[in-house]
Every structure is written in structure tokens, then in C-alpha cells.
Ligand binder design. Structure first.
Ligand SMILES: CSC[C@H]1O[C@H](OP(=O)(O)O)[C@H](O)[C@@H]1O
Length: 367
């Protein structure tokens, strides 16, 4: 996607040296566009843990390049396995991280040491290009949902509520739920987006609002807790969110607060759709509430907040009462029964095993 008319992806190999990895530092957005140069797997691990890069598909792609960086120095069997394991421990919930590293290991184990670095860069590039095309197609398959709403209310805005950030900076390009919104906007549909601020890290008010503003998509930032009220008053036509892991029965792990949004949507008869690439499927797990590991992040993310002062300084301040403890689960799981449907690169389906196997028959054997 573009930033002020200049095309970007969220991760790329530096064209000047041909091996270092470039990323947008998402902890600096929306205040500054800062591009970082990563030169080893430790910097990649830090970038993922600190959420300089974030978003389920993106952390998988960046981890893949992190493995390539490591193999430039040591491409022994021991190094290959150890670095893949280390990167795989950076964040536990998004299955894309494990998916990407498993795909890299399958590609690299058969390659003789001494030749693995070039193969790793090629495999990481394949993962990145796969994500770009996958996310573009997700937008195509979600577009009819918004076109149908537009047909029912000609000349009026299509009000979409979204949670967290599922845009091009959460993937290699295009995004997932936001890919649908971008394609609808670019097709001339009158899309308006209610942007959940998405406490505690404000991926909505800081990142989604920034992305939509740069692309000219009308949007309004709202408190996380306002969505139900808007749904009760007919101000939300559809909820579109992303996900970090979808189970075989269609349960959806996503940013904390998604489950509450789904409950409100269900109670108000508002369609609740989840957009995901194939790399977010975990067909080895059925019961998401019981089986998906939920990342617990530093409580300071809840007790503090970061913003820009009136004179332009970016500062972090404590917002909670001094001495109070905090708890910071970063994700929750929405049971399939609350999900209207799934939007994938292969089409739309019910949030169910039958629905998923209809699009991904290759998973029929695994159970
Ligand atoms: C297409 S991004 C999917 C998913 O990742 C985000 O989590 P985080 O910001 O912690 O990396 C969020 O849950 C998005 O919905």
C-alpha cells in the first residue's frame, strides 16, 4: 500500500545490501514513519516481541527472514533448529508464526549446509509473496458482502466496525479485514469505518486510523466499549475483524475484546465476519477457548499509555492509580457459534469444520 503516494510493504530485503531486512517500526506510528534495518535473528526476535512488527501474517513473514539472517552466519543443522525454535517462542497465539517457521524448516532441512542461506531467502520471499496475493484475494472475496449492504441502502454509508489493526501493516501487504474495506472503497462504495481504539496498545486508534486516513477511507475512532451501543442503534451494518488463529471447528482467536464485540453483534443481529489467510488456520485444534494459548503481555501496557503531547513529544504516562496491579491478556477466543462466516483467499464459508473443509479439503485427513 502507499504512504503519501509512495508504495510500501511492511517487510522487505534491503535492495542496497541484498540481505538485511527492512521493517516499519509500528511502535512509532502514527507519529513518525520510521524504517528499521534488522541484521540478525536477535533483532528480529526483539522486533516481534516488542511489536515493532505485529499482526499474525506479518510476524510469520518477518520470522522467516529472521531465520534467513541467522543462516548467513551459521547454516548448520543445530543452528537451523535452534533459531527456528527461538523465533517460534517470541509470541504464542498467532499460528502464522509456527506455520511460517515450519514451512521454512521443510524447505531447508533437505538443503545441504553451505547452501541454506540462499534457499532461506528464497523461501522467506515465497512466504511474503504468498501473503500479498492471499490478502489481495481475501479483499476480493469479502467485497460482495459490502456490495450487498450498499444495494440495500443506496446512497447511504456502509458502516463497518473493526477491531484492532488488520491492515497492510499487519500483513506483508493489503491486510485482511481491511483488505475488504480498501477494495470496497476503491470500488467506489461509500464505506465508513468505526475504528475501535483497541486498548491497551491502541492498534485501532494509532494504526488502523492512520492506515485508513492515508488511504482516504472515512472513519471514526470510538472507545472499545461503544460498539454495542452503536449496534443497538442500527449504526453498524457489519463487523469485520481479523484473527490470529482459527480452529478446525471455526473458533476464532483475535485481539482482546473481539469476543465482546461478537456477543454484542449476535445480540443485535449484526453480521460478524472474520477475514483470514490460510496461514492462520490451525486444523490441529478444535476447542479454541480451551486449547489456544493466550499471550499475556506486560501489565504496564494496561496501566500506562503512549501518546503525543501538544508540543509534539511522544511520551508514555501512567493512567492507572499508583500502586494498582494490572492484567493484560492480549487475545480472546470467539466461539464459532458467534461468527457469521469466514472470508479467506479461497472464498467465504461458515465458521465450521464442514465450511473450512469445503474450502480446504486437503485438511480432511488431519483430525
Ligand atoms: C491480520 S492481523 C491479525 C491479528 O493480529 C493482531 O494482533 P497483534 O496486534 O497483537 O499482533 C490482531 O489480533 C489482529 O486482528
Amino acid at each position: 500500500m502507499k504512504i503519501d503516494g509512495v508504495p510500501y510493504r511492511s517487510v522487505w530485503v534491503d535492495p542496497e545490501d541484498g540481505w538485511s531486512v527492512r521493517i516499519l517500526d509500528q511502535t512509532r506510528l502514527p507519529w513518525t514513519v520510521e524504517i528499521l534495518r534488522l541484521v540478525d535473528e536477535k533483532q528480529v526476535a526483539h522486533a516481534i516481541k516488542s511489536m515493532q512488527v505485529r499482526g499474525a501474517p506479518l510476524i510469520g513473514a518477518v520470522a522467516a527472514y529472521g531465520l534467513a539472517l541467522a543462516l548467513r552466519r551459521d547454516d548448520s543443522d543445530a543452528a537451523l533448529e535452534a533459531v527456528a525454535a527461538m523465533l517460534g517462542r517470541t509470541r504464542p497465539t498467532a499460528i502464522n508464526l509456527r506455520w511460517a517457521l515450519d514451512r521454512m524448516l521443510r524447505a531447508l532441512r533437505p538443503v545441504a549446509p553451505g547452501n541454506r542461506a540462499a534457499a532461506a531467502y528464497a523461501a522467506a520471499a515465497d512466504i511474503a509473496e504468498d501473503d500479498v496475493e492471499t490478502c489481495r484475494r481475501i479483499g476480493q472475496h469479502g467485497l460482495p458482502l459490502l456490495q450487498a449492504i450498499a444495494a440495500r441502502k443506496p446512497g447511504k454509508p456502509i458502516n463497518v466496525l473493526t477491531h484492532c489493526n488488520t491492515g497492510w501493516i499487519a500483513t506483508v501487504d493489503y491486510g485482511t479485514a481491511l483488505s475488504v474495506i480498501y477494495q470496497a472503497h476503491d470500488a467506489g462504495l461509500p464505506v465508513h469505518v468505526w475504528v475501535d481504539e483497541t486498548r491497551p496498545r491502541n492498534q485501532g486508534s494509532a494504526l488502523t486510523a492512520w492506515e485508513l486516513g492515508k488511504h482516504g477511507v472515512p472513519h471514526t475512532v470510538i472507545a472499545d466499549n461503544a460498539g454495542g451501543h452503536l449496534m443497538q442503534h442500527g449504526e453498524v451494518d457489519i463487523v469485520l475483524v481479523g484473527t490470529d488463529r482459527v480452529t478446525r471447528q471455526g473458533d476464532v482467536a483475535n485481539k482482546i475484546g473481539t469476543y465482546l464485540k461478537a456477543l454484542a453483534a449476535h445480540d443485535n443481529g449484526v453480521p460478524f465476519w472474520v477475514a483470514l489467510p490460510h496461514s492462520t488456520l490451525d486444523m490441529s485444534v478444535r476447542d479454541g477457548v480451551r486449547e489456544i494459548p493466550i499471550e499475556e503481555r506486560d501489565a504496564r501496557e494496561v496501566l500506562e499509555t503512549t501518546g503525543q503531547t501538544w508540543d509534539g513529544r511522544v511520551e508514555t504516562v501512567r493512567t492507572a492509580a499508583p500502586g494498582s496491579a494490572g492484567l493484560n491478556p492480549a487475545f480472546d477466543v470467539t466461539p464459532a457459534r458467534l461468527v457469521t462466516g469466514l472470508i479467506t483467499e479461497r472464498g467465504r464459508c461458515d465458521a465450521s469444520e464442514a465450511g473450512l473443509l469445503g474450502l480446504y479439503p486437503e485438511f480432511a485427513a488431519a483430525a
